[in-house]
Design a protein around this ligand. Structure first.
Ligand code: FE2
Length: 388
């Protein structure tokens, strides 16, 4: 692709490595933290990871307030509550520890602590008036990539759905990635969140907003995820596979923060917003159908994806090589046993729900605008039918 003009945004610092979490105390102090709001969830606390972070903060004699009530697909009210806590307790630094949900709530809380409005006032693009508290993200899954993005996705009850707060003030000052924190992730979570990371990589790579920088990150991410996800699912204690997955998810996150995502995320959105299907499950399910739809628009890129995923493509005509990318994704989904059809989901989605899903998906305009092939309402309907 020609190098059209673009800007590329990344967070100021990333610390990566086994045992890296032990540095969180020092790093918080360095960034002016004295009273820390530590945002996490019950699962992370039960796995003993919250205590690890707390110990490092105590070592530096920092005061710690814990908010561990983040639920999956968190509500706007949860972010409001966390932001209120940061304000009331006069916290001066926020740490998000967990998967995308905990990190998104932490990112939102950091700006809600310094801005007057509610989380729902800021859903949209560039609506946050003032910078937030400094924030450090520590993912325990691989991953949503939330540790390096400027988005916090939150659920709304009225009207029912999901919406992101998208603001440069949500970029964390630091991400600490410690693969050892991801060892306790159970296989189904590893599988579905890993598929989210793969979706980020493939969608950022094929997005109309892609640049040479995001392409380099996305392609390497695709390779790392494709070669390590099955191993991480089969044996959670495989530290090499876990480390490669965390790196893959990080690179995919950086690519997506700049190139955006495309139609798989748009068509997955209603599954989460209307039926509370997990983000990773929804994306992993939609991904191969969207790839199939997009194939013709970008044969070269899909052939590169196939190659990065380990498919033998050298002697194949371009179109055949490109098709191998879809075959590779389907093979991987089967191996790691993620749902591959809408009818398999426990939410009980029926074909009669499709019109509502299509209407909802078509409102996810930015990913649809990034899609390499124009996707109209009737295409969305046809894709849901294929995926049923
Ligand atoms: Fe995602």
């Amino acid at each position: 692709m020609a190098n059209k003009s673009f800007s590329f945004k990344i967070i100021p610092e990333i610390i990566f490595g086994r045992g890296a979490v032990e540095k969180v105390g020092q790093e918080s102090r360095k960034r002016g933290g004295s009273k820390i709001l530590l945002i996490s969830d019950e699962g992370v606390a039960k796995a003993g990871l919250l205590e690890k972070v707390r110990q490092s903060l105590f070592k530096e004699k920092l005061e710690v307030i814990v908010f561990d009530k983040v639920e999956p697909e968190p509500w706007v009210e949860t972010a409001d509550e966390a932001g209120k806590m940061a304000r009331q307790e006069n916290c001066n630094l926020v740490i998000g520890l967990g998967g995308g949900s905990a990190m998104d709530v932490a990112k939102a809380a950091s700006v809600l602590a310094t801005n007057e409005g509610k989380a729902s006032d800021y859903q949209g693009l560039d609506k946050v008036p003032e910078p937030g508290l400094p924030k450090i993200m520590i993912p325990t899954t691989a991953g949503t990539g939330s540790e390096v993005t400027f988005t916090a996705v939150l659920s709304n009850k009225e009207p029912k759905g999901k919406g992101g707060i998208n603001s440069p003030y949500l970029f964390p000052e630091l991400a600490i990635l410690d693969p050892l924190l991801t060892l306790s992730m159970p296989p189904p979570v590893t599988a579905s969140i890993g598929m989210d990371a793969l979706t980020h990589a493939i969608e950022a790579y094929t997005s109309l907003q892609a640049s040479t920088i995001s392409d380099a990150l996305a392609l390497k991410a695709t390779e790392l995820i494709a070669h390590n996800l099955s191993q991480a699912v089969a044996d959670g204690q495989n530290a090499d596979a876990r480390e490669n997955m965390l790196m893959g998810s990080l690179l995919a996150g950086m690519a997506l923060a700049n190139a955006g995502v495309t139609a798989a995320h748009a068509l997955a959105y209603p599954l989460g917003g209307l039926y509370r299907i997990g983000h990773g499950v929804a994306n992993g399910l939609m991904l191969p159908y969207i790839m199939e739809f997009n194939l013709e628009s970008s044969l070269k890129k899909f052939a590169k994806i196939a190659e990065a995923m380990g498919e033998e493509t050298r002697d194949l005509p371009l179109k055949e090589a490109a098709k191998r990318s879809v075959i590779a994704v389907n093979k991987l989904s089967r191996e790691i046993k993620v749902p591959r059809r809408l009818r398999e989901l426990k939410a009980g989605i029926a074909e009669s729900n499709f019109p509502e899903m299509v209407t909802s998906a078509m409102k996810v305009t930015r990913p649809l605008e990034n899609n390499p092939r124009k996707l109209a309402e009737e295409d969305a309907m046809a894709i849901y039918k294929l995926a049923f």
